[in-house]
Ligand binder design. Structure first.
Ligand SMILES: [Zn+2]
Ligand SMILES: [Zn+2]
Length: 355
């Protein structure tokens, strides 16, 4: 089988390698890959900034946004050859901590979790992969290639679940949401807001390309000039850019009792100027919450797949802006300003609605 591998910590070490199909001791479910989504995390790993190989290995098979078809599954589980599935990225730590012990590995307390294609566990960027049955989730077949969005959507599902749990500390009747960043995560966050019946606003710096129309097609309002020009305070703000200037601009923009959920990951960008005294005053006197969210557990994948299944499938396909066959894999990892989601096609005949 062909697999995309990197040597973590070494910039630009990505290559396509040949391996044997993994043996059953790596998991009783064998999945044949249909497609692999590419995101900023993959590019960071390829740049050598992030990631670790499995213990005892030098190289890591990358890829965490999977879509595949079950080839082999054990008896007694509700998975069958031909089922379309995605793999769950994070696995619980070996101790396990209190959260991992109950399947809430997205909230791991000791940091010893592993992640396919990222941290100490081979990824899904391979023609075949194996896992145990509890780490694959069946997806709606009619989604076609859009089901490759299940993993980023699971991260968004967790963020919304936590917003709602925090919101329910009192009477919870949100009306408006602001999403910053119209990449895949931001667009999915907007979709969740739309399905909740909220008035959705999306802010992104890009003025051309497909993003403005995709946002408007959702019935949401697209803003691009400056956050200061976006009118109103918001019950929920989901920050997906990780850009310090945008973060500084949203922290004070939630309504009374409102929430700011930080979903974007930043690198160090030096000192930013924020009037912490004024911000603290607003946060305290208005019961505001600012919190971070990462990753997802099985429940979030299931919630994500339900949201994707209810969405307009043609709308979802619009933000898969680049499809690259495995033979041309190098093209998939070149970042392009006008691209939203790039997908590597491992087998474009495997499921219907692939385009
Ligand atoms: Zn990703
Ligand atoms: Zn844990």
């Amino acid at each position: 089988m062909r697999s995309l591998t990197v040597e973590p910590g070494v910039p630009d070490s990505l290559k396509l390698e040949e391996f044997r199909i993994p043996a059953a001791d790596r998991g009783s479910v064998l999945v044949r890959t249909v497609a692999l989504g590419v995101c900023g995390t993959d590019r960071e790993i390829i740049a050598g900034d992030y990631g670790s190989p499995p213990p005892g290995h030098k190289r890591l098979i990358i890829g965490h946004e999977s879509l595949g078809v079950v080839e082999e599954a054990p008896k007694g589980v509700s998975l069958y050859p031909g089922d379309v599935v995605v793999g769950i990225v994070r696995h619980p730590d070996p101790v396990p901590c209190a959260n991992c012990a109950v399947g809430e590995w997205d909230m791991c307390r000791n940091g010893r979790y592993t992640e396919h294609g990222i941290k100490s566990l081979d990824g899904f960027g391979s023609e075949f992969w194996r896992v145990e049955p509890s780490f694959v989730v069946p997806v709606t077949r009619s989604l076609g290639l859009a089901a490759v969005l299940a993993e980023p959507a699971s991260v968004v599902a967790k963020a919304w679940e936590h917003c709602e749990r925090i919101g329910r500390r009192a009477q919870w009747d949100p009306q408006t949401v602001l999403v910053t960043g119209a990449g895949p995560v931001g667009l999915l966050a907007a979709l969740f807001g739309q399905q909740r019946g909220l008035e959705v606003h999306v802010f992104d710096r890009v003025g051309d390309g497909p993003k403005p129309d995709i946002v408007r097609a959702l019935g949401a309002t697209y803003h691009r000039e400056s956050l200061d020009l976006v009118p109103g305070d918001f019950d929920v703000i989901i920050e997906c850019t990780g850009a310090p200037s945008v973060i500084a601009g949203v922290l004070g923009r939630s309504a009374r009792d409102g929430l700011v959920c930080l979903l974007g990951v930043s690198g160090s960008a030096g000192v930013q100027s924020v009037d912490l005294g004024s911000l603290n005053r607003e946060v305290v006197l208005d019961n505001r919450v600012i919190f971070g969210s990462v990753n997802a557990n099985r429940r979030h994948y299931q919630a994500a797949i339900e949201v994707l299944a209810r969405a307009d499938h043609a709308w979802l396909h619009r933000f898969i802006t680049k499809r690259v066959s495995l033979a041309d894999w190098k093209e998939a990892f070149v970042p392009r300003a006008d691209s939203i989601k790039t997908v590597v096609l491992f087998d474009d005949n495997a499921i219907p609605n692939i385009d």
